[in-house]
Write a protein that binds this ligand. Structure first.
Ligand code: XMP
Length: 318
């Protein structure tokens, strides 16, 4: 029978045998998966694990600073790299969801390539890929091999990187990853975090991405997520976030007509992200959040709530 304890023991032993005295570079995302992968690998090889946390300019509000601090507290050797400009430049003018994902993925690889060259003799790239990432990238169930969405963290690396990939979580579902994290004594505030996609707010801003749009969405998301926490709703929701839509709508403010942006809120319940139901959040909570967003976030005059389940809708809008 599978238990988190036995998984940790056998995986750490396997990693020791596989990695020996080799160095590993690993990209932390702030999420559960990469955090658990890092602590597992750290347990196996200690100081030979070099973690990199990239600010891609598509993170949640204050995420970079907060998360970097918490990783240092975990004893991990982490380097924070500000690469916002590289990502914004790579995304300039792109509107197609797959093109955006690919651009973000490529920028990640470029940053990693550059950073890994600074680590002498590094041989491996550690990743927090989990089982659903792999199957969703490979095929539509029952159908021919066809990509649903190209997850940035799956697939071949360019030859020039010369790094082998080590993915200790690739057989696990999300709930199992959390159990492993608990066994590794990773704090609950990291393990209890909602999943957040690698491409971040880049796939929650529909259409092209600008620094201004990112800032608007960060504020909206912050109000929504904090609201869930303050009302004691956060832990009962599997994943939540906000989408910035590429349309404007008419509103009224005082005596004036406004013509501003629409945001959509999404909150889902799920076990593994493969299927999901929209959460029946209390109406008075939604009303409060809507008011707070419209009052506080300049440029937004309408809030809608996504009542679609997966399938057929996906959790992310892109
Ligand atoms: P969808 O939108 O496909 O999302 O229903 C299922 C789960 O996967 C996350 N997701 C991603 N995670 N890179 C990631 O690391 C990606 O490109 C990506 N796309 C979606 C999504 O947030 C949800 O938890």
């Amino acid at each position: 029978d599978w238990t988190a304890d036995s998984f940790v023991d056998s995986t750490v032993a396997a990693l020791k045998a596989q990695l020996g005295d080799d160095k590993v570079v690993l990209g932390l995302s702030g999420g559960v998966d990469s955090s658990v992968a890092a602590v597992l690998i750290h347990k196996a090889i200690g100081k030979n694990l070099y973690c990199i946390f990239v600010d891609n300019g598509l993170l949640r509000k204050n995420e970079f600073e907060d998360v970097l601090e918490s990783y240092k507290n975990l004893g991990l050797n982490v380097k924070g790299v500000n690469s916002k400009d590289i990502f914004y430049k790579a995304l300039e003018g792109l509107t197609d969801p797959e093109a955006k994902r690919k651009a973000i993925g490529k920028a990640f690889i470029d940053v990693f390539d550059q950073e890994s060259h600074l680590i002498e003799d590094v041989k491996w790239l550690g990743q927090g890929t989990i089982y659903p990432d792999i199957i969703e990238s490979v095929s539509v169930s029952g159908g021919p091999s066809q990509t649903i969405k190209s997850h940035h963290n799956v697939g071949g690396l360019p030859d020039y990187m010369k790094l082998q990939v080590v993915e200790p979580l690739k057989t696990l579902f999300k709930d199992e990853v959390r159990l492993v994290g608990k066994t590794l004594e990773i704090p609950q505030f990291i393990l209890g975090r909602h999943p957040f996609p690698g491409p971040g707010l880049g796939i929650r801003i529909l259409g092209d991405i600008t620094a201004e749009k990112v800032q608007i969405l960060q504020e909206v998301d912050h109000i929504f997520i904090n609201g869930l926490k303050n009302r004691g709703l956060y832990d009962g929701v599997w994943q939540a976030g906000a989408m910035l839509l590429p349309i404007q709508s008419v509103g009224v403010m005082g005596d004036e007509r406004t013509y501003e942006r629409v945001v959509a809120l999404r909150a889902v319940s799920s076990v593994d992200g493969m299927t999901a139901d929209w959460c029946h959040l209390p109406y008075d909570f939604l009303a409060d959040i809507s008011n707070e967003i419209i009052n506080k976030v300049k440029g937004v005059n309408r809030v809608v709530y996504d009542i679609s389940s997966k399938p057929p809708a996906t959790i992310e809008w892109e």
